[in-house]
Design a protein around this ligand. Structure first.
Ligand code: PHE
Length: 496
């Protein structure tokens, strides 16, 4: 078995300090901490050369308050003395000044005077029952406690801890022992320990040239042992959802996209009508969409309303027949919480109808869903459009594939679907842990959407859900847990 230099040094040190506390061994080896000894002992322990014994013990130290009490006496003692000095009786109002008690201590003193049976209260006066009380076990014990944690015993400890004068500490001590096998290996260690190299440096390479075979043979490269337990580190890091959003932004940026944003509060017109969602569509009902009381309606430009109405009623100039049902501009003006982020892309198109555009948005949407392990009434969508001359359905498929592959899901499949605003339309599924999971929809915006806005080129559009991606990345099973600020779980959450 190959022992590293530090392991050999440990055996040597144990030859003299067998069974001692890891802290003492660290000192003997000139190491910074007992942790280093325990780490050095991990390999030899696995090979049965050493044994580490762990014992936990409880120690006690004075708190700031405890220090004050040790100096001045417990508040009830200070009070008793003050009453004594005053002749056995003292008006309650004088207690603070006479007994050198600060704010909170007056109450504490009176409480303990009663509890210990030292004094009575009558007519606003404190009266000692039996002259100066005898020094109690708690007071004796308090005097033995130090600012540094140490072993202490005594029945009164509990009271002192409870009243905050003494603080309990748990500590673990580790002792390291040489086994018989270890003793044998120690006996065979070379007189002079080798030289260990952690890192190959230019200096070492230059030196190597000059070294003779003997010296070279003594140089040992340090092996890394990945099984050695080390203290977990919990550095500050972004919340997993924030991290995933950043990753998504990077993917779109590298594909030449710009980010857009929109408001949560939207008119039914831009959330639905502009997307050719018929006014009697079931998803517009109260049970699916959150409508606002205040403001109950929002302004929509007359020309937008007129064009929308024409398209809905008879297709306008699009060549479509429209829905051939009624269109009520008041329904269009209703204020709601957006149910998808497609409102941001359609608004973008309304403002930028000409030319070539690639934009994406990441935002919160709201649906009147009952909360459970897979549904939330608020969640996020990853929205986007590409519009340019000759944009095709194939490009859209390639783009979605590219995005999900970059997110770590190379298995992507498309199923025919229906959205009132796209034709053709598809649902996208990706394979996660062997199961196909639906992640969103996409398609090419219909003329009923683009024509009234004066859009020049075909528009490829998509909207994906964010939370399912985040669940997979975090390994969480319940979507609600993404939003629970469980600090311990977040600390332990690996970077995603
Ligand atoms: N808005 C759709 C949804 O919320 C997704 C979608 C966006 C579909 C764009 C087609 C085009 O599910």
């Amino acid at each position: 078995m190959d022992l590293s230099l530090i392991e050999q040094r440990l055996l040597r040190a144990l030859g003299e300090h067998d069974g001692k506390d890891a802290r003492d061994i660290a000192a003997a080896m000139e190491l910074g901490s007992s942790g280093e000894v325990v780490r050095a002992a991990a390999g030899p322990e696995r090979h049965g050369l050493v044994r580490i014994d762990e014992a936990t013990s409880t120690t006690y130290a004075l708190t700031e308050e405890g220090k004050r009490h040790q100096g001045l006496g417990l508040p009830e003692r200070r009070a008793a003395t003050a009453i004594m000095v005053a002749g056995g009786e003292l008006p309650m109002g004088d207690l603070a000044s006479k007994a050198e008690l600060d704010g909170g201590e007056v109450k504490v003193a009176i409480g303990w005077l009663k509890r210990k049976g030292w004094a009575d209260i009558a007519q606003g006066k404190l009266m000692l029952k039996d002259g100066q009380p005898k020094v109690g076990a708690d007071e004796k014990l308090l005097n033995t406690i130090t600012p540094e944690p140490a072993h202490v015993e005594g029945d009164a400890l509990r009271d002192l801890v409870q009243r905050g004068a003494v603080q309990e500490h748990e500590s673990t001590t580790r002792t390291v022992h040489l086994t018989d096998a270890g003793r044998k290996v120690l006996a065979e260690l070379p007189e002079e320990l080798g030289r260990e190299v952690n890192q190959i440096t230019p200096g070492l390479i230059a030196e190597w040239e000059e070294m003779d075979e003997d010296a070279k043979a003594k140089v040992q490269l340090r092996r890394f042992d990945f099984d050695v337990p080390v203290a977990a580190r919990h550095p500050g890091k972004p919340h997993p959802l924030t991290q995933i959003m950043e990753d998504i932004r990077h993917i779109f940026w590298t594909m030449g996209f710009q980010e857009i944003q929109g408001d949560y509060v939207e008119s039914a017109f831009w959330n639905m009508d502009a997307l050719f969602i018929p006014q009697d569509h079931p998803a517009r009902e109260m049970q699916d969409t959150f409508y606002l009381k205040e403001p109950a309606s929002l302004d929509v430009a007359d020309e937008d309303l007129e064009r929308g109405q024409a398209v809905h009623e008879h297709g306008g100039d699009t060549g479509s027949t429209g829905w051939r049902s009624g269109f009520d501009p008041d329904v269009s003006k209703k204020a709601l919480l957006r149910t998808h982020t497609t409102n941001t892309t359609v608004r973008y198109l309304a403002e930028n109808p000409k030319g070539r555009h690639r934009v994406f948005g990441l935002g919160r949407v709201f649906r009147n869903e009952t909360m459970d392990a897979t549904h939330l009434p608020e969640f996020h969508q990853i929205e986007g459009i590409v519009t340019e001359e000759g944009a095709t359905f194939d490009m859209l498929i390639g783009l979605c594939r590219h995005f999900f592959t970059k997110m770590g899901f190379p298995d992507v499949r498309f199923r025919p679907a229906y959205f009132p605003y796209t034709e053709p339309s598809m649902e996208i599924e990706v394979k996660m842990d062997g199961r196909w999971v639906e992640l969103g929809g996409c398609g090419v915006f219909r003329p009923e959407v683009t024509e009234p806005l004066g859009v020049e080129h075909p528009v490829l559009a998509w909207g994906f859900g964010l939370e399912r991606l985040a669940l997979r990345a975090t390994g969480l099973k319940d979507i609600r847990h993404l939003y629970i600020p469980d600090v311990q779980a977040l600390k332990e959450q690996p970077l995603v």
